[in-house]
Write a protein that binds this ligand. Sequence first.
Ligand code: PBG
Length: 325
Amino acid sequence: MSLFPETRLRRLRRTPALRRAFAETSLRPSDLIAPVFLKEGIDQPIDIASMPGHKQHTLESLTKEARELASLGVAGVILFGIPAHKDEEGSGAWQRDGIVQRGLRALKDELGNETLVIADLCLCEYTDHGHCGILKGSEVDNDPTLDAYARVALSQAEAGADIVAPSGMMDGQVGAIRGALDTDGFEETPILAYACKYASSFYGPFREAAEGAPRFGDRRSYQQDPPNRAEALREAELDIAEGADVLMVKPALPYLDVLSAVKERFAYPTAAYNVSGEYSMLIAAAERGWLDERAATLEALTSIRRAGADLIVTYHAKKAAGWLT
Ligand code: PBG
């Protein structure tokens, strides 16, 4: 290996054209998925205070937003529903004409196969206690929750979801959903598994947006413990064995090491969820003039791609796509 002064790494950094030609990582609108919120029973969209630029949508404003995202070249949307009524079991999550099912149909009608319409699959927005599954006492009971997830998956696939994305972190959820989909003729519906999802404090703004905060306790008995990386690889391995088509790591920026390990180990289609708290803290700093929003956003998203994400679920999607086109 030749050393300095023969070798000078600055040579390839000197001009924008050189830097562009030798960039190792790309970032395009088609790498991005936008999370969107649909609320039942409102006739005007409602701003989400903790997430500037985002709204709880009506069906009408949702389809308009999705059309705009599609025209910017964004890969797709992931839809979260906020029902007017919640119950103990979260039964609103699997109603044929539930809020998410209506949203999925409207989006597919509007967009056809132009853009991906992904359905987040969980119960926390639908249960009156705000946990991601069926309770036994004050614990989330794993196995009965799987039956509920299977019903949700079928109702979402039937409503036209291009992909279902289970986010509840129950053991066996991917297998249960795959089994149900295959039995009912949805063997072509892919599963994007929230494979490595941590019990993170960065979900705070989302819980306001989706009205899904737990009424008591926290999610630490089902979501992963932040210190653990080997465990994340076991989660990913099990999800692959159960039939996951895409693996997702969540959050993104504080867990880039996990993302990188998952991509390297399994070489699977891999996504990362750049979560609400990651978004809000960047926007808050930008609003104070402490960060340049555009530069910081594009750097953060590029770093998630560099760590191994094929797809990034991000609240920055719309603005970033605008900057990238
Ligand atoms: C629901 C779900 C959550 C997020 C996505 N799906 C919240 C949670 O687990 O508490 C968080 C997304 C974000 O913060 O952007 N299971």
